[in-house]
Design a protein around this ligand. Structure first.
Ligand code: SF4
Length: 415
């Protein structure tokens, strides 16, 4: 059976540097397919999609709300010609009803251990409209290594530099932050993968630089310590979401190859100031992900936040506006107050204001968002800051003698 797996394109934030990372959802899905499936993968964020071919089935892997409109039009193009379309991924769980109407079938949940049933129904021409496995999370032990052989790495190379490969050491999250749908998706369960499987997967990746895409590494300190100790001999360099910021943990994370972390910042706070300082003291760079438009921010509050961000001496910063994604506590609150402006999903990029802010107009928040990007990168461009971040990793790689197992890196790549 020929399956065409498609990752639909979406409108990127104009302000971001235009590099691309391999998408983790499709390669994880591909790993759960039986070997007899003849798989073609198209990452539409990097290549034009031909919808005139005739695969036996199209599988759509959809991660973001702003991919939903494009996913629906790709589904329509194939279904018009009688080709069945199945959709899955985080955004499909979040937009299940809408996607079930647009496709022949939707798969909700984590695919491992469940997809043979779908394929067998497909073979008999009896696809169910919905396969709801959200309450039947697979045992984490059966999650295998992602299928990176389906990727065209030329798409994930920017100015001659191979970008990071995504890999995950855990699923789920035990927290329930207001703007986040992870609690809806995974029921607030933190599920670490067996560390030996994570190590085996990393050893198989031909890249010295990785992105640990776990929701947060600050979930279980004992597990995080074990993970970091196991990563030390691999000598890879990696990026992640936050880590528990005590000195012992950060020293271990650095030794394990932590290169930089993403740190969410929603307001002026001593906790964040100290956390950023501690990361840096341990040789870990910080990219701030700054969210504008929280209910406690008026115009002066946003301007104070921008001053604070400058003070922090972040290595990079990404600004977004609060966005009421479906199935988040934040959206629920805004709906109750009638503050959602519209549901045009293609504008839910976190770069456009789609709600009524509490203390300013939507237009003012949009203007402040643009000011934030301009101000942060006024002294030094984003490309230059990114080059400095890479310079740091190259220097460390040189000191460390490169990754342990022949993974690719080039010291002259910034020249
Ligand atoms: S924002 Fe991060 S820490 Fe908070 S619930 Fe979502 S994944 Fe968990």
């Amino acid at each position: 059976m020929w399956m065409k797996l498609i990752y639909p394109r979406w409108p990127r934030l104009e302000e971001q540097t235009p590099f691309r990372l391999p998408p983790h959802g499709p390669i994880t899905f591909a790993a759960a397919l039986p070997e007899e499936i003849d798989l073609t993968f198209v990452d539409e964020t990097g290549v034009d999609l031909d919808t005139e071919d005739r695969p036996d089935v199209v599988a759509l892997s959809v991660m973001l709300t702003c991919q939903i409109p494009r996913a629906k039009s790709v589904a329509a193009a194939y279904r018009r010609r009688g080709i069945p379309v199945i959709a899955g991924g985080i955004a499909v769980m979040i937009h299940a009803e809408e996607m079930a109407e647009a496709c022949d079938s939707v798969f909700l949940g984590e695919v491992e251990g469940h997809f043979r049933t779908v394929l067998s129904d497909l073979g008999r021409g009896r696809l169910a409209r919905v396969y709801d496995c959200m309450d039947r999370l697979p045992p984490i032990e059966i999650v295998g290594s992602a299928r990176r052989d389906i990727l065209d790495y030329s798409l994930y190379t920017y100015r001659g530099i191979r970008m990071l490969d995504p890999v995950h050491a855990s699923r789920g999250c035990r927290f329930n932050c207001a703007p986040c749908a992870v609690a809806f998706l995974g029921g607030r369960h933190f599920r670490p993968r067996p560390i030996e499987r994570v190590v085996a997967e990393i050893e198989s990746i031909d890249n010295g630089r990785l992105f640990l895409v776990d929701n947060s590494l600050a979930q279980d300190p004992a597990w995080a310590r074990d993970l970091f100790r196991a990563l030390i001999p691999l000598r890879r360099k990696w990026v992640s979401h936050p880590i528990e910021s005590d000195d012992e943990m950060l020293a271990l994370a650095h030794e394990a190859g932590c290169w930089y972390v993403y740190q969410a910042i929603t307001g002026v706070s001593d906790t964040i100031r100290q956390r950023v300082r501690r990361y840096k003291e341990h040789g870990i760079a910080v990219e701030g992900t700054i969210i504008l438009g929280t209910d406690d921010q008026d115009v002066d509050g946003v301007l104070r936040l921008l001053d604070f961000v400058e003070e922090l001496d972040l290595d990079m910063a990404e600004f977004t506006v609060m966005t009421p994604f479906p199935h988040t506590p934040y959206r629920e609150a805004l709906e109750g107050e009638g503050r959602i402006l519209h549901d045009r999903w293609e504008e839910y990029t976190a770069g456009k204001v789609v709600f009524q802010p509490k203390r300013m107009s939507p237009a003012k928040l949009q203007e402040l968002y643009e000011t934030a990007w301009e101000r942060f990168y006024a002294g030094e461009s984003q490309k230059l800051k990114m080059a400095r971040l890479f310079q740091k990793v190259v220097e460390r790689e040189l000191r460390d003698g490169g990754p342990a197992s022949g993974a690719a890196w080039k010291v002259n790549e910034l020249s």
